[in-house]
Design a binder for this molecule. Structure first.
Ligand code: GLC
Ligand code: CA
Length: 564
């Protein structure tokens, strides 16, 4: 394997609306990120990924862009962004932005022109089809619910949207569209970005037959992902994007590429792959039948989680490089998801989960708030939700026969609003995020979970994250933890997850106890030194080792001595 600079990064994901509000209007902003650069630097992270800050009516919180070349005024001005990129660079932090090129907002001038002008040249920039007997062209269901087709006013035509009604899909079959997008990507790369996280990129190719699907719900629709995600022919588009744009820069590209079978990972992340790395969502979605059907709950155990993570790791190792994460702005909080009993959600389980994902092979992504153990926030009524996806899932659950109470329960577990609540800086009003009422209700536990308290406590989750990052980035086993191969061990164990990392004769062994009970493992202490441990007690040096509840233990094998 040839080393790449982006393999060494530790990426911190920022949801700008909820990170820090510098001007007290209740909405986080770019200056707010700049003000918190010292905090980010003190964490040890090397790169930030900022979710969309472009001009947008915010129907999907910025994933609906109405101008690719301007910023949304509530986030700030271009000079604020230039300043952020510059100041971050001075602190050794690179900047990555979100690239949303599967769709625009319906308020984008291209779409507005086609609405207003019967001869618009932008008609071929989007996907338009005539209806069938007053009905939409087919029965595909969009990711955020309802038909993928929306009538174009005063015509017999419909336009296509994979996501919300206000997010019309661009027509990637049109080379002019692709060229416009490439030009825009180059504009941003020239600004000094380190690269992009590339949104929903497997949706750019649709099955051109646009035939009906067998219905899979009471609405008579079938999920569009079957025919509108990772379809045959996508290779040409992704290859072109890589050839004409990405390959010309030494940039990092992180693909949000759901729906790619492992057999195709080589094309996506191999030596000449379309992206530097992609996210694999299979383990993050282990509690639901599909990421867009939250009412289809799936019961799971630690062995299931282990199998999903290890399969993913081994497939990625075969193909290239992965992007590892526990949380993001589309997921619920990890401690609430992976630690089932509330009484077990504590320092130990939070740090155990943190270390388990962090030392996997790949580039680790930490989502804002994860480093202090922020939790899900249970809401009491549908009115408290902002996320369009949660609102759709609520009504869909009821259409599928669940009660309002059950529907609320499903979305509380899964809502994207769980991770989007404002960041907890301290225990002041609104968690020190803003002096004004925030755009989205705070999680009420900011009194007990916040940065200020954890800064003071050497044994906090925050300080454990710092140690963890240091161990990977600059400790004695750094190379091994970054570049080393991964090998799962104790694969049959029901509650211990364990793996080895191996690099040029160095070996690191990692143990994670996913239970609230002591667990015995066979290991000869004399052969190892401790790199990281979320318990303070010394480990007795004997053959059999006891892992305490939710213990995480990272051990470095001592170099073998050869006596002559
Ligand atoms: C991606 C984003 C998500 C957004 C969707 C549509 O999945 O992560 O937040 O809603 O794309 O752009
Ligand atoms: Ca603000």
């Amino acid at each position: 394997m040839q080393k790449k600079w982006w393999q060494k990064e530790v990426i911190y994901q920022i949801y700008p609306k909820s990170f820090y509000d510098s001007n007290n209007d209740g909405i986080g902003d770019i200056k707010g990120i700049t003000e918190k650069l010292d905090y980010l630097q003190s964490l040890g992270i090397t790169m930030i990924w900022i979710c969309p800050i472009y001009k947008s009516p915010m129907a999907d919180n910025g994933y609906d862009i109405s101008d690719y070349y301007q910023l949304n005024p509530e986030f700030g001005e271009m000079k604020d962004l230039d300043e952020l990129i510059e100041k971050a660079k001075e602190k050794g932090i690179k900047t990555v932005l979100d690239l949303v090129i599967n769709h625009t907002s319906d308020e984008h001038p291209w779409f507005q022109d086609l609405l207003q002008n019967p001869d618009s040249k932008y008609k071929d920039y989007y996907i338009l089809k005539p209806g069938k007997n007053g009905q939409p062209p087919n029965n595909w269901r969009s990711v955020f619910g309802g038909s993928v087709w929306e009538p174009l006013p005063n015509t017999d035509q419909y336009y296509f949207h994979s996501f919300a009604v206000k997010q019309p899909d661009l027509n990637w079959e049109n080379k002019q569209v692709r060229d416009e997008l490439y030009k825009m990507v180059i504009y941003w790369l020239e600004k000094g970005l380190a690269g992009f996280r590339v949104d929903a990129i497997t949706f750019i190719k649709k099955d051109q037959a646009y035939e009906d699907l067998p219905p899979d719900g009471v609405d008579g629709l079938g999920k569009c992902t079957i025919k509108a995600r990772n379809q045959v022919g996508i290779a040409d588009f992704l290859h072109e994007l890589q050839e004409e744009v990405f390959s010309k820069y030494d940039c990092v590209t992180i693909g949000e590429a759901p729906g790619v079978p492992y057999e195709q990972y080589g094309d996506f992340i191999g030596e000449n792959g379309y992206f530097s790395m992609i996210f694999d969502f299979r383990y993050a979605d282990l509690d639901v039948a599909s990421g867009s059907e939250w009412f289809k709950r799936v019961d799971w155990n630690v062995l299931d989680l282990k199998n999903l993570i290890f399969t993913s790791q081994m497939e990625i190792q075969k193909a290239g490089w992965g992007a590892n994460f526990l949380e993001n702005h589309d997921q619920n909080r990890s401690i609430s998801k992976y630690i089932k009993e509330e009484e077990n959600r504590n320092f130990y389980s939070a740090t155990m989960l943190g270390a388990m994902f962090f030392f996997l092979r790949g580039t680790p992504f930490i989502y804002q708030g994860q480093e202090i153990g922020m939790t899900n926030f249970t809401r009491k009524s549908i009115e408290e939700f902002d996320d369009i996806s949660s609102i759709d899932q609520y009504y869909r659950s009821m259409n599928e026969g669940f009660t309002a109470e059950e529907a609320l329960h499903f979305i509380n577990l899964r809502s994207r609003d769980n991770s989007r609540t404002p960041f907890h800086w301290n225990e002041n009003e609104y968690g020190g995020f803003s002096k004004a009422k925030p755009w989205l209700g705070m999680n009420e536990n900011y009194n007990s979970i916040n940065v200020e308290q954890q800064e003071k406590d050497p044994d906090s989750i925050l300080n454990f994250y710092r140690k963890m990052i240091q161990t990977r980035q600059s400790g004695e086993a750094s190379e091994c933890l970054i570049y080393g191969d991964i090998e799962p061990i104790l694969t049959e164990h029901p509650v211990i997850m364990a793996y080895k990392r191996k690099w040029n004769g160095k070996k690191v062994v990692c143990y994670f106890n996913f239970s609230a009970e002591n667990q015995h493992v066979e290991i000869d202490q004399n052969h190892y030194t401790v790199l990281l441990n979320n318990y303070k007690e010394e480990i007795p040096s004997n053959q059999e080792m006891v892992l305490k509840p939710y213990q995480a233990l990272i051990l470095l094998q001592k170099e073998e001595r050869h006596h002559g």
